[in-house]
Design a protein around this ligand. Structure first.
Ligand SMILES: [Zn+2]
Ligand SMILES: [Zn+2]
Length: 270
């Protein structure tokens, strides 16, 4: 198990959340590795979206996992002197499936991120809906699957997050208030409403009680001016002494550092 607290205390030259064509990323593992070395990174973790038991073009197929682990081993042999390379996964929690699924016990990962990208449809029983993508798609799904009830969607997202945190089996909590962006596009200001903030705080409390590492996800900073969790929660996390990692969730090497310095500065000032 990686000692994330120790790692982040002695360096900022790490990134533990990246995606390659093993899921929906746009450049090879080796392209990320060489870019990371060129930028002076010392630790790089790969986190393909995990296999899930339903159709999803964004997730890694279970048949690809051995090849993925083999590629990491190959690159470790080549570049291991210059960069610590970790084989991780961003494991989807859906309720029926998640980090505690027996399947993951058989996959020799260095660490995992637990994330929620899907919630159950309100209108199509048994169907899981990706609520994480672009707003244009989210808006369509709001009427197709959720009857326009944004409050219920937000509550369902945080319920899934809470259930994931309580069931465990992973190391880092991924983008903990990710629904905040799409929900705020749908109803501006929703994420400042007291009931919403209560849901975030309850989730943070549960995470702290159990003791996970919390990710500050910087992927959307340059394009949408948003961190996950939102920077208004940084002071609370610091007060709690939360162990955090600042990850760019990069889908291409050029974005390896996107938003990370800004997040660190805000964190230091919080
Ligand atoms: Zn994610
Ligand atoms: Zn990701």
């Amino acid at each position: 198990m990686i000692d994330f607290k120790r790692l982040t205390q002695h360096t900022f030259n790490y990134n533990l959340h990246t995606h390659t064509p093993y899921c929906d990323g746009r450049a090879s593992i080796e392209a990320f590795v060489t870019e990371a070395i060129a930028r002076g990174y010392k630790y790089l973790g790969f986190t393909p979206h995990s296999p899930i038991p339903f159709e999803s073009s964004c997730n890694m197929a279970a048949e690809k996992v051995d090849e993925y682990l083999g590629e990491i081993a190959r690159l470790r042999a080549l570049y291991g002197q210059q960069l610590h390379i970790y084989a991780g996964m961003e494991i989807d929690y859906t309720g029926d499936w998640g980090p505690t699924a027996g399947y993951f016990g058989s996959v020799p990962l260095d660490y995992s991120i637990g994330s929620v990208h899907f919630i159950p449809s309100f209108s199509h029983e048994g169907e899981m809906v990706d609520i994480d993508g672009r707003y244009e798609n989210f808006k369509v799904k709001m009427s197709e699957h959720f009857g326009g009830d944004i409050e219920a969607v937000v509550r369902m997202f945080f319920k899934q997050m809470l259930n994931m945190v309580e069931s465990g089996g992973f190391d880092i909590v991924g983008h903990l208030d990710k629904i905040g962006y799409n929900a705020s596009c749908y109803r501006p200001g929703i994420d400042r409403e007291p009931w919403y903030e209560t849901l975030v705080v309850e989730l943070i409390d549960a995470i702290m009680d159990i003791g996970y590492v919390i990710e500050i996800n910087t992927k959307a900073w340059e394009t949408k001016h948003r961190f996950f969790p939102h920077e208004r929660y940084f002071a609370r996390l610091k007060r709690y002494g939360a162990p955090i990692v600042i990850n760019s969730d990069a889908h291409e090497p050029a974005l390896l550092s996107a938003g990370r310095d800004t997040a660190r500065n805000l964190w230091l000032k919080a």
